[in-house]
Design a protein around this ligand. Structure first.
Ligand SMILES: C[S@@+](CC[C@H](N)C(=O)[O-])C[C@H]1O[C@@H](n2cnc3c(N)ncnc32)[C@H](O)[C@@H]1O
Length: 240
């Protein structure tokens, strides 16, 4: 267990939607625009959280089911067209070939066994089913180690190369990225369950990043905050 289990999400649920990226409309639109069409009868979100993406999916496409390990996160979902279920991505509680579309945003870095989660998703997709995926990644694969240290959560943020490998079973893989510009580190720290000393440590780490990271992230430091660009890698795959 990576230490970001149900208990962590139970604590974070109350503040989760205040983190700037979560409800960013341009980000969600750019993610959903990767879909080749907008008609799917059976849809699943893996790691649905508070339903920020699911709300848009229900408007644009139709009703869906979402699973998440945190009952506190899914308790925030109040939408008649979204059916939330407490479940683990490692063991999806669905029959083989149940869904035409499965999607997942910013979950894989919290998952103990990404290969198992991907094989569960593959199992639950219908033939020709679509899998849409988005994940925060280091700005370049070559600075992966520095990025994991910088975020300081003792977890590994998969690189674009590692993500592409996870899609190896899929046909017609298509990818793109979305950069969230000028993201406030203080906003992130204030809404991710840190005490004052953890916040200070994270700020110090940011100030001690390499020139290459600072250049890639368009790092800006002012009196009260640090602003950086954050890269999200988005992949669309279709089941063979
Ligand atoms: C950063 S949030 C993303 C939520 C949502 N996808 C979004 O984009 O707003 C990560 C979510 O993954 C869930 N999660 C973490 N590990 C999981 C697992 N093994 N199975 C299912 N959900 C998991 C957490 O409870 C949390 O709601």
């Amino acid at each position: 267990m990576k230490g970001y289990s149900e208990n962590y999400w139970a604590k974070r649920a109350g503040q989760y939607n205040k983190t700037n990226w979560v409800k960013n409309e341009d980000f969600i639109d750019s993610f959903l625009n990767m879909l080749p069409r907008n008609n799917f009868e059976t849809i699943l979100e893996v790691g649905i959280g508070t339903g920020a993406v699911a709300n848009k999916v229900s408007e644009r496409i139709g009703p869906l089911t979402g699973i998440d390990i945190s009952k506190e996160m899914i308790a925030k979902i109040k939408h008649p067209d979204i059916t939330p279920i407490v479940a683990n991505a490692h063991d999806l509680p669905f029959e083989d070939a149940s869904f035409e579309l499965i999607y997942m945003r910013n979950v894989i870095h919290y998952i103990d066994d990404p290969v198992l989660a991907f094989s569960e998703i593959y199992r639950c997709l219908k033939p020709n089913g679509c899998f849409l995926f988005s994940q925060v990644v280091p700005p370049e694969d070559s600075i992966s180690e520095e990025y994991d240290w910088l975020i300081g959560r003792n977890i590994h943020y998969p690189t674009q190369g590692e993500i592409v490998q996870l899609f190896s079973k899929y046909l017609s893989v298509d990818s793109g990225h979305f950069i969230l510009k000028n993201q406030s580190i203080m906003n992130w720290l204030n809404n991710t369950c840190r005490d004052e000393s953890q916040k200070q440590e994270a700020i110090d780490r940011h100030k001690n990043t390499s020139d290459s990271y600072q250049k890639l992230a368009n790092f800006i430091e002012n009196d009260n905050d640090i602003l950086v660009d954050i890269k999200h890698f988005m992949v669309f795959g279709q089941k063979i």
